[in-house]
Design a protein around this ligand. Structure first.
Ligand code: UDP
Length: 489
Protein backbone atom coordinates (compact mmCIF):
# COMPACT_ATOMS: atom_id res chain seq x y z
CA UNK A 1 0.00 0.00 0.00
CA UNK A 2 1.32 3.45 -0.90
CA UNK A 3 2.37 5.49 2.12
CA UNK A 4 0.40 8.72 2.63
CA UNK A 5 2.50 11.76 1.95
CA UNK A 6 3.24 14.12 4.83
CA UNK A 7 2.33 17.77 4.38
CA UNK A 8 4.82 20.65 4.73
CA UNK A 9 3.50 24.20 5.09
CA UNK A 10 5.74 26.93 3.65
CA UNK A 11 5.27 30.63 4.24
CA UNK A 12 7.71 33.16 2.72
CA UNK A 13 7.75 36.89 3.48
CA UNK A 14 6.28 39.14 0.79
CA UNK A 15 9.42 39.99 -1.20
CA UNK A 16 10.92 38.45 -4.34
CA UNK A 17 14.14 37.58 -2.50
CA UNK A 18 12.04 35.53 -0.07
CA UNK A 19 9.36 34.02 -2.31
CA UNK A 20 11.76 32.87 -5.07
CA UNK A 21 14.11 30.74 -2.90
CA UNK A 22 11.27 29.25 -0.85
CA UNK A 23 9.46 28.33 -4.05
CA UNK A 24 12.68 26.71 -5.28
CA UNK A 25 12.84 24.78 -2.00
CA UNK A 26 9.21 23.71 -2.39
CA UNK A 27 10.00 22.39 -5.86
CA UNK A 28 13.05 20.54 -4.54
CA UNK A 29 11.03 18.89 -1.76
CA UNK A 30 8.21 18.07 -4.17
CA UNK A 31 10.71 16.17 -6.32
CA UNK A 32 11.36 13.69 -3.48
CA UNK A 33 7.78 12.53 -4.03
CA UNK A 34 7.34 11.99 -0.30
CA UNK A 35 5.59 15.20 0.74
CA UNK A 36 2.73 17.44 -0.22
CA UNK A 37 3.40 21.16 -0.01
CA UNK A 38 1.06 23.94 1.06
CA UNK A 39 2.51 27.30 0.00
CA UNK A 40 0.97 30.30 1.76
CA UNK A 41 0.97 34.01 0.98
CA UNK A 42 -1.16 37.10 0.41
CA UNK A 43 -3.66 37.15 -2.49
CA UNK A 44 -1.65 39.06 -5.11
CA UNK A 45 1.53 37.09 -4.49
CA UNK A 46 -0.43 33.84 -4.74
CA UNK A 47 -2.02 35.04 -7.98
CA UNK A 48 1.44 35.64 -9.49
CA UNK A 49 2.69 32.31 -8.18
CA UNK A 50 -0.15 30.44 -9.87
CA UNK A 51 1.57 30.98 -13.22
CA UNK A 52 5.05 30.17 -11.82
CA UNK A 53 4.43 26.54 -11.02
CA UNK A 54 5.38 23.88 -13.53
CA UNK A 55 2.23 22.45 -15.15
CA UNK A 56 2.64 19.09 -13.39
CA UNK A 57 3.29 20.55 -9.93
CA UNK A 58 0.93 19.61 -7.12
CA UNK A 59 2.05 22.39 -4.79
CA UNK A 60 -1.06 23.73 -3.15
CA UNK A 61 -1.20 27.54 -3.12
CA UNK A 62 -3.30 29.11 -0.36
CA UNK A 63 -3.96 32.78 0.23
CA UNK A 64 -4.41 34.68 3.47
CA UNK A 65 -6.70 37.71 3.50
CA UNK A 66 -4.70 40.95 3.26
CA UNK A 67 -5.66 44.45 2.21
CA UNK A 68 -2.66 46.78 2.03
CA UNK A 69 -4.80 49.95 2.27
CA UNK A 70 -5.96 48.85 5.75
CA UNK A 71 -2.36 49.28 6.92
CA UNK A 72 -1.53 52.67 5.43
CA UNK A 73 0.14 51.12 2.39
CA UNK A 74 -0.69 51.97 -1.24
CA UNK A 75 -3.47 49.84 -2.78
CA UNK A 76 -2.27 46.43 -3.97
CA UNK A 77 1.13 46.84 -2.27
CA UNK A 78 1.73 43.27 -1.15
CA UNK A 79 5.38 42.93 -2.08
CA UNK A 80 8.52 44.88 -1.25
CA UNK A 81 9.19 45.23 -4.99
CA UNK A 82 6.35 47.75 -5.32
CA UNK A 83 7.24 49.84 -2.25
CA UNK A 84 9.75 52.60 -1.59
CA UNK A 85 12.37 51.66 1.00
CA UNK A 86 10.93 53.84 3.80
CA UNK A 87 7.66 51.86 3.66
CA UNK A 88 9.29 48.46 4.17
CA UNK A 89 8.80 48.80 7.91
CA UNK A 90 5.04 49.39 7.39
CA UNK A 91 4.81 46.15 5.41
CA UNK A 92 6.70 44.36 8.20
CA UNK A 93 4.22 45.73 10.74
CA UNK A 94 1.27 44.92 8.48
CA UNK A 95 2.46 41.31 8.14
CA UNK A 96 1.63 40.81 11.83
CA UNK A 97 -2.06 41.04 10.87
CA UNK A 98 -1.65 37.69 9.07
CA UNK A 99 -1.25 35.84 12.38
CA UNK A 100 -4.92 35.00 13.11
CA UNK A 101 -5.50 34.09 9.45
CA UNK A 102 -2.50 31.78 9.41
CA UNK A 103 -3.69 30.15 12.64
CA UNK A 104 -7.09 29.51 11.05
CA UNK A 105 -5.45 28.14 7.91
CA UNK A 106 -3.37 25.64 9.91
CA UNK A 107 -6.41 24.63 11.94
CA UNK A 108 -8.44 24.10 8.73
CA UNK A 109 -5.63 22.05 7.16
CA UNK A 110 -5.59 19.72 10.16
CA UNK A 111 -9.39 19.48 10.14
CA UNK A 112 -9.46 18.66 6.40
CA UNK A 113 -6.88 15.92 6.99
CA UNK A 114 -9.00 14.33 9.75
CA UNK A 115 -6.69 15.48 12.49
CA UNK A 116 -3.44 14.66 10.66
CA UNK A 117 -0.99 17.50 11.31
CA UNK A 118 1.54 18.90 8.86
CA UNK A 119 4.97 17.45 9.51
CA UNK A 120 6.51 20.91 9.59
CA UNK A 121 5.91 24.62 9.14
CA UNK A 122 8.76 26.39 7.35
CA UNK A 123 8.31 30.10 7.82
CA UNK A 124 10.35 32.98 6.56
CA UNK A 125 13.02 34.66 8.70
CA UNK A 126 10.67 37.66 9.05
CA UNK A 127 7.65 35.55 10.02
CA UNK A 128 9.19 33.98 13.11
CA UNK A 129 5.86 34.39 14.95
CA UNK A 130 4.66 31.27 13.09
CA UNK A 131 6.46 29.37 15.88
CA UNK A 132 3.66 30.31 18.32
CA UNK A 133 1.08 28.75 16.01
CA UNK A 134 3.22 25.70 15.27
CA UNK A 135 3.70 25.18 18.99
CA UNK A 136 0.00 25.55 19.74
CA UNK A 137 -0.79 22.73 17.29
CA UNK A 138 2.29 20.66 18.19
CA UNK A 139 4.01 21.05 14.81
CA UNK A 140 7.78 21.22 14.17
CA UNK A 141 8.82 24.71 13.08
CA UNK A 142 11.86 25.80 11.10
CA UNK A 143 12.85 29.27 9.98
CA UNK A 144 14.14 29.69 6.45
CA UNK A 145 16.85 32.32 6.14
CA UNK A 146 17.31 33.41 2.55
CA UNK A 147 20.55 35.26 3.39
CA UNK A 148 24.09 34.04 3.98
CA UNK A 149 24.70 32.73 7.49
CA UNK A 150 27.59 35.20 7.86
CA UNK A 151 25.45 38.15 6.72
CA UNK A 152 22.55 37.15 8.94
CA UNK A 153 24.84 36.61 11.93
CA UNK A 154 26.24 40.15 11.58
CA UNK A 155 22.74 41.54 11.06
CA UNK A 156 21.39 39.64 14.08
CA UNK A 157 24.21 40.72 16.36
CA UNK A 158 24.17 44.34 15.16
CA UNK A 159 20.45 44.81 15.75
CA UNK A 160 20.51 43.12 19.15
CA UNK A 161 23.70 44.78 20.43
CA UNK A 162 23.90 48.10 18.50
CA UNK A 163 27.69 48.19 19.16
CA UNK A 164 28.18 51.27 16.95
CA UNK A 165 26.03 53.28 19.36
CA UNK A 166 28.48 52.65 22.20
CA UNK A 167 31.57 54.11 20.59
CA UNK A 168 32.74 57.41 19.10
CA UNK A 169 34.92 55.56 16.65
CA UNK A 170 33.84 54.85 13.06
CA UNK A 171 35.10 51.30 13.56
CA UNK A 172 33.70 48.69 15.92
CA UNK A 173 33.44 44.96 16.54
CA UNK A 174 30.53 42.67 17.33
CA UNK A 175 30.73 41.66 21.02
CA UNK A 176 29.45 38.12 20.40
CA UNK A 177 31.02 37.57 16.99
CA UNK A 178 34.68 38.64 17.11
CA UNK A 179 35.45 36.26 14.20
CA UNK A 180 33.64 38.73 11.93
CA UNK A 181 36.47 41.22 12.71
CA UNK A 182 36.09 44.98 12.33
CA UNK A 183 33.19 46.90 10.85
CA UNK A 184 32.99 50.48 9.63
CA UNK A 185 29.94 52.75 10.02
CA UNK A 186 29.63 52.88 6.23
CA UNK A 187 28.67 49.19 6.48
CA UNK A 188 25.43 50.05 8.25
CA UNK A 189 22.16 50.76 6.51
CA UNK A 190 20.62 54.17 7.21
CA UNK A 191 18.05 52.74 9.67
CA UNK A 192 20.59 50.72 11.61
CA UNK A 193 23.05 53.61 11.85
CA UNK A 194 20.56 55.70 13.84
CA UNK A 195 18.78 52.84 15.63
CA UNK A 196 18.24 53.37 19.32
CA UNK A 197 17.09 50.80 21.87
CA UNK A 198 14.34 53.14 23.11
CA UNK A 199 12.92 53.74 19.64
CA UNK A 200 9.64 51.80 19.01
CA UNK A 201 10.67 50.76 15.48
CA UNK A 202 13.92 49.29 16.76
CA UNK A 203 11.98 47.55 19.55
CA UNK A 204 9.59 46.14 16.93
CA UNK A 205 12.44 44.85 14.73
CA UNK A 206 14.15 43.23 17.69
CA UNK A 207 11.05 41.69 19.26
CA UNK A 208 9.06 40.63 16.22
CA UNK A 209 11.55 40.19 13.38
CA UNK A 210 14.86 39.07 14.88
CA UNK A 211 14.43 37.59 18.37
CA UNK A 212 12.01 34.85 17.17
CA UNK A 213 14.94 33.17 15.36
CA UNK A 214 16.09 31.89 18.75
CA UNK A 215 12.75 30.16 19.38
CA UNK A 216 12.45 28.10 16.20
CA UNK A 217 13.10 24.36 16.38
CA UNK A 218 15.80 24.83 13.77
CA UNK A 219 17.05 27.09 11.00
CA UNK A 220 17.39 26.36 7.30
CA UNK A 221 19.91 28.51 5.44
CA UNK A 222 20.02 29.10 1.72
CA UNK A 223 23.77 28.68 1.86
CA UNK A 224 26.56 26.17 1.45
CA UNK A 225 28.45 24.88 4.47
CA UNK A 226 31.87 24.96 2.77
CA UNK A 227 31.74 28.70 2.03
CA UNK A 228 29.81 30.01 5.04
CA UNK A 229 31.22 28.22 8.13
CA UNK A 230 31.71 31.25 10.41
CA UNK A 231 28.09 32.35 10.24
CA UNK A 232 26.76 28.81 10.69
CA UNK A 233 29.00 28.36 13.72
CA UNK A 234 27.73 31.65 15.16
CA UNK A 235 24.12 30.51 15.00
CA UNK A 236 24.62 27.03 16.41
CA UNK A 237 26.71 28.50 19.25
CA UNK A 238 24.48 31.49 19.93
CA UNK A 239 21.04 29.93 19.56
CA UNK A 240 21.81 26.32 20.43
CA UNK A 241 19.54 25.36 17.56
CA UNK A 242 20.11 22.99 14.69
CA UNK A 243 21.21 24.74 11.52
CA UNK A 244 20.83 23.15 8.12
CA UNK A 245 22.76 24.74 5.22
CA UNK A 246 20.72 23.38 2.32
CA UNK A 247 21.56 25.89 -0.39
CA UNK A 248 21.63 27.18 -2.84
CA UNK A 249 17.99 26.61 -3.62
CA UNK A 250 17.62 28.09 -7.08
CA UNK A 251 14.97 28.23 -9.73
CA UNK A 252 16.26 26.59 -12.89
CA UNK A 253 16.75 28.83 -15.95
CA UNK A 254 13.44 28.94 -17.74
CA UNK A 255 11.30 28.55 -14.64
CA UNK A 256 11.27 32.29 -13.93
CA UNK A 257 9.98 32.83 -17.43
CA UNK A 258 6.76 31.34 -16.18
CA UNK A 259 6.71 33.33 -12.98
CA UNK A 260 6.83 36.94 -14.20
CA UNK A 261 4.50 38.58 -16.63
CA UNK A 262 6.17 41.97 -16.23
CA UNK A 263 9.64 41.26 -17.61
CA UNK A 264 11.27 44.38 -19.07
CA UNK A 265 12.53 42.07 -21.80
CA UNK A 266 11.46 38.57 -22.72
CA UNK A 267 13.90 35.78 -21.83
CA UNK A 268 14.03 34.84 -25.55
CA UNK A 269 14.95 38.37 -26.67
CA UNK A 270 17.55 38.62 -23.94
CA UNK A 271 19.10 35.30 -24.99
CA UNK A 272 19.17 36.40 -28.61
CA UNK A 273 21.13 39.53 -27.64
CA UNK A 274 23.54 37.54 -25.45
CA UNK A 275 24.03 34.85 -28.13
CA UNK A 276 25.60 37.46 -30.41
CA UNK A 277 28.27 38.44 -27.89
CA UNK A 278 31.61 36.66 -27.41
CA UNK A 279 32.04 34.33 -24.41
CA UNK A 280 32.85 36.06 -21.10
CA UNK A 281 32.35 39.56 -22.50
CA UNK A 282 29.16 40.92 -20.91
CA UNK A 283 28.73 42.79 -17.62
CA UNK A 284 25.33 42.41 -15.94
CA UNK A 285 24.22 45.25 -13.64
CA UNK A 286 21.25 44.86 -11.31
CA UNK A 287 20.35 46.10 -7.86
CA UNK A 288 17.77 43.41 -7.17
CA UNK A 289 14.03 43.55 -6.71
CA UNK A 290 13.81 46.34 -4.11
CA UNK A 291 16.77 48.66 -4.33
CA UNK A 292 17.85 51.54 -6.46
CA UNK A 293 20.47 54.30 -6.50
CA UNK A 294 20.41 58.10 -6.34
CA UNK A 295 19.82 60.11 -9.54
CA UNK A 296 23.43 61.39 -9.52
CA UNK A 297 24.82 57.86 -9.08
CA UNK A 298 22.62 56.69 -11.92
CA UNK A 299 24.30 59.23 -14.19
CA UNK A 300 27.74 58.11 -12.95
CA UNK A 301 26.79 54.46 -13.52
CA UNK A 302 25.71 55.26 -17.10
CA UNK A 303 28.93 57.21 -17.74
CA UNK A 304 30.97 54.30 -16.37
CA UNK A 305 29.21 51.82 -18.63
CA UNK A 306 29.90 53.98 -21.67
CA UNK A 307 33.49 54.65 -20.65
CA UNK A 308 34.48 51.05 -19.83
CA UNK A 309 33.87 49.85 -23.38
CA UNK A 310 32.31 46.53 -22.28
CA UNK A 311 29.05 44.96 -23.43
CA UNK A 312 26.46 45.24 -20.70
CA UNK A 313 22.91 44.54 -19.56
CA UNK A 314 21.64 47.04 -17.01
CA UNK A 315 18.33 46.59 -15.16
CA UNK A 316 17.13 50.11 -14.46
CA UNK A 317 14.62 50.86 -11.71
CA UNK A 318 13.45 54.42 -10.99
CA UNK A 319 16.15 56.24 -9.00
CA UNK A 320 15.70 57.35 -5.39
CA UNK A 321 13.15 60.15 -5.09
CA UNK A 322 11.09 58.91 -8.07
CA UNK A 323 7.95 56.82 -7.82
CA UNK A 324 9.24 53.23 -7.62
CA UNK A 325 6.36 52.10 -9.83
CA UNK A 326 6.96 54.82 -12.42
CA UNK A 327 7.33 54.11 -16.13
CA UNK A 328 10.87 54.20 -17.56
CA UNK A 329 12.03 57.79 -18.15
CA UNK A 330 15.38 57.71 -19.94
CA UNK A 331 15.41 61.46 -20.59
CA UNK A 332 15.00 62.23 -16.85
CA UNK A 333 17.23 59.57 -15.35
CA UNK A 334 20.07 58.98 -17.81
CA UNK A 335 22.62 61.16 -19.62
CA UNK A 336 21.29 62.81 -22.78
CA UNK A 337 21.27 60.45 -25.73
CA UNK A 338 22.58 57.52 -23.64
CA UNK A 339 19.78 55.11 -24.48
CA UNK A 340 20.02 55.75 -28.25
CA UNK A 341 23.84 55.61 -28.31
CA UNK A 342 24.08 52.26 -26.59
CA UNK A 343 21.26 50.82 -28.65
CA UNK A 344 22.75 52.01 -31.96
CA UNK A 345 26.19 50.69 -31.06
CA UNK A 346 24.78 47.34 -29.83
CA UNK A 347 26.94 47.82 -26.73
CA UNK A 348 24.26 47.63 -24.11
CA UNK A 349 20.82 46.47 -23.25
CA UNK A 350 18.73 48.55 -20.86
CA UNK A 351 16.08 46.47 -19.15
CA UNK A 352 13.24 48.25 -17.44
CA UNK A 353 12.63 47.02 -13.87
CA UNK A 354 12.80 43.24 -14.18
CA UNK A 355 15.16 40.97 -16.10
CA UNK A 356 15.28 37.19 -16.50
CA UNK A 357 18.25 37.10 -14.14
CA UNK A 358 18.99 33.38 -13.91
CA UNK A 359 18.84 33.10 -17.69
CA UNK A 360 21.34 35.98 -17.98
CA UNK A 361 23.74 34.71 -15.31
CA UNK A 362 23.77 31.22 -16.79
CA UNK A 363 24.65 32.45 -20.30
CA UNK A 364 28.17 31.76 -21.58
CA UNK A 365 28.65 35.42 -22.64
CA UNK A 366 28.44 36.61 -19.05
CA UNK A 367 31.68 37.84 -17.56
CA UNK A 368 30.83 39.70 -14.33
CA UNK A 369 27.88 40.88 -12.24
CA UNK A 370 27.70 44.32 -10.65
CA UNK A 371 25.21 43.57 -7.88
CA UNK A 372 23.60 45.09 -4.79
CA UNK A 373 24.67 41.83 -3.15
CA UNK A 374 21.31 40.40 -2.16
CA UNK A 375 22.16 36.82 -1.24
CA UNK A 376 19.93 35.18 -3.86
CA UNK A 377 21.63 37.17 -6.60
CA UNK A 378 25.03 36.20 -5.21
CA UNK A 379 24.39 32.47 -4.96
CA UNK A 380 22.84 32.52 -8.43
CA UNK A 381 26.00 34.17 -9.79
CA UNK A 382 28.40 31.89 -7.89
CA UNK A 383 26.52 28.80 -9.07
CA UNK A 384 27.35 29.82 -12.62
CA UNK A 385 30.92 30.93 -11.82
CA UNK A 386 30.29 34.66 -12.35
CA UNK A 387 32.58 37.07 -10.41
CA UNK A 388 30.95 39.87 -8.42
CA UNK A 389 31.41 43.62 -8.37
CA UNK A 390 29.70 44.53 -5.11
CA UNK A 391 27.65 47.62 -4.40
CA UNK A 392 25.77 46.76 -1.19
CA UNK A 393 22.81 49.02 -0.43
CA UNK A 394 21.05 47.96 2.79
CA UNK A 395 20.59 45.30 5.48
CA UNK A 396 22.98 42.33 5.47
CA UNK A 397 24.24 43.08 1.94
CA UNK A 398 27.29 44.87 3.43
CA UNK A 399 28.30 41.67 5.23
CA UNK A 400 27.67 39.46 2.21
CA UNK A 401 30.32 41.55 0.44
CA UNK A 402 32.67 41.21 3.41
CA UNK A 403 32.28 37.43 3.21
CA UNK A 404 32.72 37.28 -0.56
CA UNK A 405 35.60 39.74 -0.79
CA UNK A 406 37.62 39.07 2.35
CA UNK A 407 36.90 35.41 3.16
CA UNK A 408 36.21 33.85 -0.23
CA UNK A 409 37.93 36.22 -2.65
CA UNK A 410 35.35 36.26 -5.46
CA UNK A 411 34.25 39.88 -5.26
CA UNK A 412 35.54 43.44 -5.50
CA UNK A 413 33.56 46.11 -3.66
CA UNK A 414 32.71 49.10 -5.86
CA UNK A 415 30.73 51.34 -3.52
CA UNK A 416 28.68 51.27 -0.30
CA UNK A 417 25.14 52.44 0.38
CA UNK A 418 22.22 53.74 -1.65
CA UNK A 419 23.14 57.39 -1.52
CA UNK A 420 26.93 57.41 -1.23
CA UNK A 421 28.76 59.60 -3.76
CA UNK A 422 30.35 57.52 -6.50
CA UNK A 423 32.41 58.72 -9.47
CA UNK A 424 32.33 56.93 -12.78
CA UNK A 425 36.13 56.66 -12.94
CA UNK A 426 36.09 54.55 -9.75
CA UNK A 427 33.44 52.24 -11.15
CA UNK A 428 35.38 51.87 -14.42
CA UNK A 429 38.57 51.01 -12.52
CA UNK A 430 36.81 48.18 -10.64
CA UNK A 431 35.10 46.88 -13.78
CA UNK A 432 38.44 46.78 -15.58
CA UNK A 433 40.14 45.11 -12.64
CA UNK A 434 37.64 42.25 -12.61
CA UNK A 435 36.96 41.87 -16.33
CA UNK A 436 40.42 42.54 -17.77
CA UNK A 437 43.53 40.42 -17.51
CA UNK A 438 44.75 42.04 -14.25
CA UNK A 439 46.40 39.80 -11.64
CA UNK A 440 43.55 40.51 -9.22
CA UNK A 441 40.95 39.81 -11.92
CA UNK A 442 42.59 36.47 -12.77
CA UNK A 443 42.71 35.52 -9.09
CA UNK A 444 39.01 36.36 -8.59
CA UNK A 445 38.02 34.37 -11.69
CA UNK A 446 40.07 31.39 -10.56
CA UNK A 447 38.46 31.45 -7.11
CA UNK A 448 34.94 31.84 -8.45
CA UNK A 449 35.36 28.71 -10.57
CA UNK A 450 36.44 26.84 -7.45
CA UNK A 451 33.34 28.07 -5.62
CA UNK A 452 31.18 27.01 -8.57
CA UNK A 453 32.64 23.52 -8.19
CA UNK A 454 32.05 23.53 -4.41
CA UNK A 455 28.41 24.48 -4.98
CA UNK A 456 27.98 21.82 -7.65
CA UNK A 457 29.35 19.20 -5.26
CA UNK A 458 27.20 20.41 -2.36
CA UNK A 459 24.13 19.81 -4.52
CA UNK A 460 25.13 16.35 -5.74
CA UNK A 461 22.62 13.68 -4.93
CA UNK A 462 24.06 10.54 -6.45
CA UNK A 463 23.99 6.96 -5.35
CA UNK A 464 27.64 6.98 -4.28
CA UNK A 465 27.97 10.66 -3.34
CA UNK A 466 25.73 13.04 -1.51
CA UNK A 467 26.84 16.68 -1.23
CA UNK A 468 26.73 18.65 2.02
CA UNK A 469 23.57 20.61 1.16
CA UNK A 470 21.65 17.51 0.12
CA UNK A 471 22.78 15.70 3.28
CA UNK A 472 21.59 18.66 5.38
CA UNK A 473 18.29 18.58 3.51
CA UNK A 474 17.84 14.87 4.33
CA UNK A 475 18.76 15.46 7.96
CA UNK A 476 16.21 18.26 8.19
CA UNK A 477 13.41 16.14 6.70
CA UNK A 478 14.34 13.24 9.02
CA UNK A 479 14.23 15.61 12.01
CA UNK A 480 10.70 16.70 11.02
CA UNK A 481 9.49 13.10 10.76
CA UNK A 482 11.15 12.04 14.02
CA UNK A 483 9.76 15.02 15.87
CA UNK A 484 6.26 14.23 14.63
CA UNK A 485 6.64 10.62 15.77
CA UNK A 486 7.65 11.88 19.22
CA UNK A 487 4.60 14.13 19.46
CA UNK A 488 2.15 11.74 17.76
CA UNK A 489 3.55 8.22 18.29
N1 UDP B 1 15.51 39.07 -9.84
C1 UDP B 1 15.22 38.81 -11.15
N2 UDP B 1 15.21 39.85 -12.03
C2 UDP B 1 15.48 41.13 -11.66
C3 UDP B 1 15.78 41.39 -10.31
C4 UDP B 1 15.81 40.33 -9.42
O1 UDP B 1 14.97 37.67 -11.55
O2 UDP B 1 15.45 42.02 -12.52
C5 UDP B 1 15.50 37.94 -8.88
C6 UDP B 1 16.91 37.45 -8.61
O3 UDP B 1 17.26 36.46 -9.57
C7 UDP B 1 16.80 36.94 -7.19
C8 UDP B 1 15.74 37.82 -6.55
O4 UDP B 1 15.00 38.39 -7.63
O5 UDP B 1 16.35 35.59 -7.20
C9 UDP B 1 16.32 38.95 -5.75
O6 UDP B 1 16.79 38.47 -4.55
P1 UDP B 1 18.08 39.06 -3.86
O7 UDP B 1 18.26 38.35 -2.57
O8 UDP B 1 19.23 39.01 -4.78
O9 UDP B 1 17.78 40.58 -3.63
P2 UDP B 1 16.53 41.42 -3.10
O10 UDP B 1 15.75 41.75 -4.30
O11 UDP B 1 15.79 40.57 -2.12
O12 UDP B 1 17.16 42.61 -2.48
Amino acid sequence: MAETKQNIVMFPYMGQGHIIPLLALALRIEKTNKYTITFVNTPLNIKKLTSSLPPNSSIHLLELPFNSSDHGLPPDAENMDSLPYHQFITLFQASMSLKPHFRKLVSNLIHEQNGEKPVCIISDMFLGWCKEIAQEFGIFHAIFISCSAFGSACYYSLWLNLPHRNTDSDEFMLPDFPEASTFHVTQLSEVLRVADASDPTTAFRRKELISPWSKADGILFNTVEEIDKLGLMYFSRKLGRQVWPIGPVLLAPGSQARSRRDFGISPEECKKWLDKKPSFSVLYVSFGSQNTISPSNMIQMAMALEACGKFFIWVVRPPLGFDINSEFKANEWLPEGFEKRIKDSGRGLLVHKWAPQVEILSHKSLSAFLSHCGWNSLVEALSYGVPILGWPMVAEQFYNVKLLEKEIGVCAEVARGRSCEVFHEEIVAKIEMVMNESEKGKEIRKKVLKVKEIIKNALKDEENFMGSSMKAMDQFLDACINEKKKIQP
